[in-house]
Design a protein around this ligand. Sequence first.
Ligand SMILES: [Zn+2]
Length: 239
Amino acid sequence: MKKIALFIALCLVAANVAVAQDLLAGNYKKALIIGAHPDDPESMAYGTALRLRDMGCEVVTVYLTRGEAGIPGKTHEEAAAIRTRECEKVTEMTGIRHIFLNQIDGSSEITNERYLEMKQLIEAEKPDLVITHWPIDSHRDHRHAGLLTYDAWRRTGRHFDLFYAEVMTGLQTTNFNPTHYVDITSTRQAKLDAYLVHDSQGLTGNVAKFHDTMEGMRGLEWQCKWAEAFIKAIWPKVD
Ligand SMILES: [Zn+2]
């Protein structure tokens, strides 16, 4: 009985991967990667960002907050200054520009004004690809980033492809069943280098605990060493 259950489970995994696609096949020209905190875009999609950059796509990261609540013992202002500097270092290292939306870490909000702000940002940047947080996430700020972006996608007529990415699946992201993958084997070290620039967060342990496991598992699914995985937002023909 156990063997049958295992066979069925493997068939389901194989069936899913069989229909999965390479995100890079979209041949995108301008990408926004929208994360809640400094280090989120790096954590969830920076291997992909670097591959896109290397293919000639303009990539911009958007941080909803400056991580104000993210350094114990520091005031919001002190933490924001430290973490802003870390983001600047990532940009210096990779050439990938960044934007802050100036929400507050731990107190991010979804209001009509914030919906409009995200819509206006996307209209100004004119991406053909946007990657953001999967809205079923244990962190409220992550959910807010995902939902604000989703709303902008709808309100701007869905003129760009929207993909959700995963952050520390099992602890934060849940119910994540990828539709698209990117082989990040060639850019993974540079991704980790950028991620670890966020030194104030003590992220070194996360590499072994989360990234090796998650990106290794996605690599097994996509038949490469390391991969990042995504879910593409779709909308039925009838609105
Ligand atoms: Zn975060």
